[in-house]
Design a protein around this ligand. Structure first.
Ligand SMILES: [Zn+2]
Length: 249
C-alpha cells in the first residue's frame, strides 16, 4: 500500500518584528517518492551573527536562534540526511525562509519565476525583505515555476500561486491520508487575525494581489476545510503538533 505523505512541523527559533515574537516555521514532507523540504527557516548565519548577515534589517527583525535550530541540524535529529531531500520548495525568498539554500546539493529548488526575478532585481533588496547572499550562491539547482504545480502529479503536494506578500509567493496544500487537507499559507497570511480580516495583510509587494491571494485561500478553505497553518502565528503554532516528537500522516 502506497502510504501518503507525512508532514513534520519545525521552527528555526523565533523572529520579533513590530513588538511581536513569532515562530519561523519550516516543513518536511516525506512523500513515498522522496523528501520535500518546504522553506528552511532562518539561515545558519543568523545563529552565528545575525547583525552581520542581515545588515540594516537586523534593526527591524531580531531573531532568537541557535545553530542546533538550523534546518540541517533539526532534520538530522529526525534521521533525515541532506542527500535524501529531492526538492526544496520556497514559498518565497525573504530573509527568514532561506535557511535551506546551499545545504541540499542533491535537491532541485523550486521557486516561482516572479519571486526569483524580483529577489534578484529589485533596487532595494532590504526594503523588500531580501538578503541576496541567501540565494546568490553557486550550486543551487533552481527550477522556476509559473502557475500552480502538482509536485508529484498525485494531488498530495500542491503549490499555489499567492502573490502579494512578495512578488511570487506560493502557498502549499498538502493531503496526508489520515489528517486530510493541510494548508500552509506561508506569509500570504501571517496570523489568524489576518485570515479573519481583523488585521491588514503584510504586503511587501502588492496589497491588491495580497487581498486576492487571501480570497483565493479562503475560497479553497471553504471547499476543503483544511487544517490551516499560518506563516508566523505564535498562538496558532503552539496548538499544532511539532517535530521531532509528532507529525501529521
Ligand atoms: Zn516570514
Amino acid at each position: 500500500v502506497d502510504r501518503g505523505p507525512r508532514l513534520h512541523l519545525f521552527s528555526s527559533g523565533t523572529i520579533a518584528f513590530g513588538g511581536v515574537e513569532a515562530p519561523v516555521p519550516f516543513f518536511l514532507c516525506s512523500h513515498p517518492q522522496g523528501n520535500v523540504l518546504i522553506d528552511g527557516g532562518n539561515p545558519l548565519a543568523v545563529a552565528v551573527d545575525g547583525r552581520a548577515h542581515w545588515g540594516p534589517l537586523a534593526d527591524y527583525f531580531s531573531a532568537v536562534m541557535t545553530e542546533e535550530q538550523h534546518c540541517v541540524a533539526q532534520l538530522a535529529a529526525v534521521g533525515v540526511a541532506p542527500e535524501s531531500v529531492c526538492f526544496v520548495v520556497q514559498t518565497h525568498l525573504h530573509i527568514d525562509h532561506t535557511g535551506a539554500l546551499g545545504h541540499f546539493p542533491g535537491a532541485s529548488t523550486l521557486v516561482h519565476a516572479d519571486e526569483l526575478r524580483a529577489a534578484r532585481t529589485v533596487e532595494q533588496p532590504h526594503a523588500h525583505g531580501y538578503v541576496r547572499a541567501d540565494f546568490e550562491q553557486p550550486g543551487i539547482a533552481w527550477q522556476t515555476l509559473d502557475g500552480d504545480r502538482d509536485l508529484f502529479g498525485d494531488g498530495t503536494i500542491r503549490l499555489l500561486e499567492t502573490p502579494g506578500h512578495s512578488a511570487g509567493h506560493m502557498s502549499i496544500l498538502l493531503t496526508p491520508q489520515r489528517t486530510g487537507p493541510v494548508l500552509l499559507t506561508g506569509d500570504a497570511v501571517d496570523t489568524a487575525s489576518q485570515w479573519e480580516r481583523r488585521r491588514p495583510l503584510r504586503a511587501l509587494d502588492s496589497q491588491p494581489d495580497a487581498e486576492r491571494s487571501l480570497g483565493r485561500l479562503r475560497d479553497l478553505a471553504g471547499e476543503l476545510d483544511p487544517l490551516v497553518v499560518f506563516g508566523h502565528d505564535a498562538a496558532g503554532w503552539a496548538k499544532l503538533s511539532h517535530a521531532p516528537e509528532r507529525h501529521y500522516d
